[in-house]
Design a protein around this ligand. Structure first.
Ligand SMILES: *[C@@H]1O[C@H](CO)[C@@H](O)[C@H](O)[C@H]1NC(C)=O
Ligand SMILES: *[C@@H]1O[C@H](CO)[C@@H](O)[C@H](O)[C@H]1NC(C)=O
Ligand SMILES: *[C@@H]1O[C@H](CO)[C@@H](O)[C@H](O)[C@H]1NC(C)=O
Ligand SMILES: *[C@@H]1O[C@H](CO)[C@@H](O)[C@H](O)[C@H]1NC(C)=O
Length: 414
């Protein structure tokens, strides 16, 4: 009797396996994915609760409800853009070493735990705000379900990791619940840009090796500025038009705002990748390198920058490996600033001359390739490195080679 039942079950099993095999229905299920966006890669909403002052008569002091602050193309018209930068600003408190929103401005990040919030930065889905959409869309075609096994973890990207304690606690709990809701399958973290040094900070400071072994299958990093980016040097000196969001804004209007973001200091070029003799910026009077950063902030007349730098720039220390399997994907072959120079009388307020080197247009190759140092040095976990030629910092998100690495990682083929 028993034998018969087992035989029947075995026969059914064999028929089932053949049937699914024949019709290709036995598609393996991909591992659950959590997307960690980069600088500018999360939506922000603001409610004005009574600003003591505004920069222009057209700017509101108070609103009844939250409105879209980023990305909202309507706010980039003349005059209105000045209201926008004034609402985006952070105020650095030298006593606490932390930043606050502007007085009377309340900012929140919508969509934690959904995928749409990181697929599109603009709720109207304007093409300028297209972000993780191409990767998520590919994943849906492989059987993934938005918000179930592909989930976004947006955050206030104006801030450096030391100001995001609540976020990291939420991220840890999101990973644990996503693991449980997907039959105890480990997570694949997929980061873009600053989302990668953010994730590294999380993995090296918020969780231990046993937790990583239990919950994380692998970490796919796309276009990571592990050791910072030269674009930050220009941003602090003259302002930077943020063209990597595909939105062209006037740099002079942006400088005060960009300097105020503690995330800018977090991405300052690090001595881990820049040698003491390599010139980051020069004027006829002086060369600036990673050895005289305090002088740089003094000479651009932004002393707060040095305080921000001391708090945020070395949070990832010497960029110790994360202790989870890493698949490191980055673009090269796109002209990327290697150093900046200003003629007499033009420093720091005017756009500099730029000497180009290799990278993805935003991240220098020497910063993107820090992950190669982790090979054989990552708690016994594997590290694979994938250079994608001529993949620009944003375009890498829809590059077939990059999407293929994501596919292999989530189906555990690498
Ligand atoms: C937005 O701010 C206004 C003014 O302080 C306040 O009355 C309102 O309740 C806030 N809205 C929300 C949704 O919190
Ligand atoms: C800075 O923080 C301290 C401690 O919380 C507070 O007392 C002080 O008012 C803050 N300074 C400013 C300028 O907000
Ligand atoms: C800056 O460094 C370059 C070499 O990298 C050197 O030729 C130049 O004299 C230096 N300028 C100053 C002002 O020290
Ligand atoms: C980083 O490396 C440098 C040089 O090897 C060393 O002096 C320093 O102590 C290290 N810092 C940390 C935080 O490990």
């Amino acid at each position: 009797m028993k034998t018969t039942l087992i035989t029947i079950l075995l026969i059914f099993g064999a028929i089932e396996a053949r049937w699914f095999g024949k019709f290709g229905r036995q598609q393996p299920k991909g591992l659950p994915v959590i997307l960690v966006p980069g600088d500018g890669g999360s939506q922000l909403e603001a409610n004005l609760t009574g600003k003591p002052t505004v920069v222009h008569y057209v700017c509101s002091k108070q609103t009844a409800d939250y409105f879209d602050l980023w990305l909202n193309l309507e706010l980039f018209s003349p005059l209105v853009i000045d209201c926008w930068t004034d609402n985006m600003l952070l105020v650095f408190n030298e006593t606490t070493g932390l930043s606050d929103n502007m007085p009377g401005v309340d900012i929140r990040v919508p969509g934690f735990g959904t995928s749409e919030s990181v697929e599109w930065l603009d709720k109207s889905k304007a093409s300028q705000g297209r972000y993780f959409f191409d990767i998520v869309d590919s994943m849906v075609s492989w059987g993934y379900r938005r918000g179930k096994d592909v989930i976004g973890a947006p955050f206030d990207w104006r801030r450096s990791p030391n100001e995001l304690n609540d976020y990291f606690i939420q991220l840890k709990s999101l990973i644990e619940t996503t693991y449980r809701w997907n039959s105890n399958q480990k997570i694949v973290l997929v980061g873009h840009s600053m989302g990668n040094p953010m994730s590294l900070y999380f993995l090296n400071n918020y969780v231990d090796q046993a937790w990583k072994d239990k919950y994380i299958n692998s970490f796919v990093s796309l276009a990571a500025p592990w050791a910072g980016s030269m674009q930050i040097v220009r941003l602090f000196a003259s302002g930077y038009n943020m063209n990597y969001y595909r939105v062209i804004l006037p740099p002079s209007h942006l400088r005060a705002m960009q300097r105020s973001f503690s995330s800018s200091a977090f991405l300052f070029p690090s001595p881990v990748a820049w040698k003491p003799h390599e010139v980051l910026a020069s004027t006829p009077e002086k060369n600036y390198t990673v050895s005289n950063i305090q002088e740089f902030f003094t000479d651009i007349n932004y002393l707060t920058g040095w305080e921000q730098y001391k708090q945020a720039a070395r949070l990832n220390g010497n960029l110790t490996a994360p202790g989870v399997p890493v698949h490191c994907v980055y673009g090269t072959g796109v002209p990327t600033p290697e150093s900046f120079s200003w003629k007499a009388g033009y420093f720091p307020d005017y756009p500099p001359y730029e000497v180009s080197g290799d990278g993805d247009g935003t991240v220098n190759k020497k910063s993107a390739t820090v992950c190669a140092n982790w090979i054989g040095n990552n708690q016994g976990k594997r590290v694979t490195v994938h250079e994608v030629f001529q993949a620009d910092h944003m375009a890498i998100l829809k590059h077939p080679n990059a999407i293929e690495v994501v596919r292999k990682a989530i189906f555990q083929e690498i």
